[in-house]
Write a new protein. Structure first.
Length: 317
């Protein structure tokens, strides 16, 4: 590795370590000298403060989202919620006798290194430099793998797209191409959690990774897709939001918009005007794949929500 690249990587890792140290100042219980304390209990399985510390460090390392007065509470909340969901997913998979073998996990880690251009076997070292146990990273990966396998098993037959569904979707797509529309992404924050939103908007306008912020902080179901609402026909959005969009340019991010029980921060990604823009009809197989993925996502969200509601979750101070 060239000397300049090594120095750049060292500097980036040092900054991330300092950012993690900043969180310990905000949440002193996290850095309790390695003492094992319970942060939460999910169906009689504990999440320790040490585990959360590792997850916070991993969050900062992978997202590089700045740790400041505006983001600290959202980061903590997101990390804790992710840890709880991970427990729920693994518990559900275990009940169905779904197991991820060490060989499968090792192969997935190697693929992750390859996809992210990390030299083979170096991931563990990079994690250690950022105070992250390899077990924490592998636990998250294992939960994701087991969940995908569980969802596919649960809805194998229901995921099939019928000819009637396909024909209806193709007809709707044809009609849809004659309607003006917006392509919109969103971040939704409930009123009770809305603090210093102007600072968040300022961060978004300076950092091009809107999708990453949406995935980590948005309280809408679209968070899983990076906040993407997709193409929305003009006239179908709430008036307060559509008025803002009408005055925005492509790529622009709105100020917080109060609507209902929370605030929306929206980005106008694209616009479509059938009078001037041309669009191609999707192919039959593309539409079939889209509908299959849509069914899978909808089932996954509902299934996880049901499991979450049935789970016995206790948060500790």
């Amino acid at each position: 590795m060239p000397k300049q690249r090594r120095m750049t990587m060292k500097l980036r890792l040092s900054v991330l370590t300092l950012a993690a140290a900043g969180l310990f100042a905000f949440y002193p219980w996290i850095a309790a000298a390695g003492a094992l304390k319970i942060a939460a209990v999910v169906n009689d399985e504990i999440i320790s403060t040490r585990d959360l510390q590792n997850r916070v460090n991993l969050f900062l390392m992978t997202t590089q989202i700045p740790m400041n007065a505006q983001t600290k509470n959202m980061i903590y909340s997101r990390v804790l919620n992710n840890a709880i969901e991970e427990k729920i997913k693994l518990q559900a998979a275990e009940k169905e006798d779904i197991k991820i073998t060490p060989q499968e996990l090792s192969a997935s880690v190697k693929q992750f290194e390859k996809n992210n251009k990390i030299p083979a076997g170096n991931l563990k070292k990079i994690l250690a430099q950022n105070n992250v146990d390899m077990d924490t990273f592998e636990s998250q990966m294992k939960a994701d793998m087991a969940w995908v396998r569980l969802v596919r098993r649960k809805m194998y037959s229901d995921a099939q797209v019928t000819q009637k569904e396909l024909e209806k979707a193709m007809a709707e797509a044809k009609t849809d191409l004659s309607t003006p529309k917006y392509f919109v992404s969103e971040i939704y924050i409930r009123k009770k959690d809305a603090k210093d939103l102007s600072v968040l908007v300022n961060n978004l306008r300076q950092d091009p990774r809107f999708e990453l912020y949406a995935m980590q902080f948005s309280q809408s179901p679209t968070a899983a897709n990076g906040g993407r609402l997709g193409w929305l026909n003009k006239g179908k959005l709430p008036e307060a939001i559509e008025k803002k969009l009408d005055k925005m340019h492509e790529g622009e991010i709105s100020d917080p918009i109060l609507y209902g029980e929370g605030y929306y921060i929206v980005r106008l990604d694209k616009t479509f005007d059938p009078k001037t823009d041309k669009a191609e009809m999707p192919g039959t197989e593309d539409m079939r794949k889209f509908l299959e993925n849509q069914k899978m996502e909808e089932f996954s969200k509902k299934y996880l929500q049901d499991l979450h509601q049935k789970a016995v979750i206790e948060l500790r101070n």
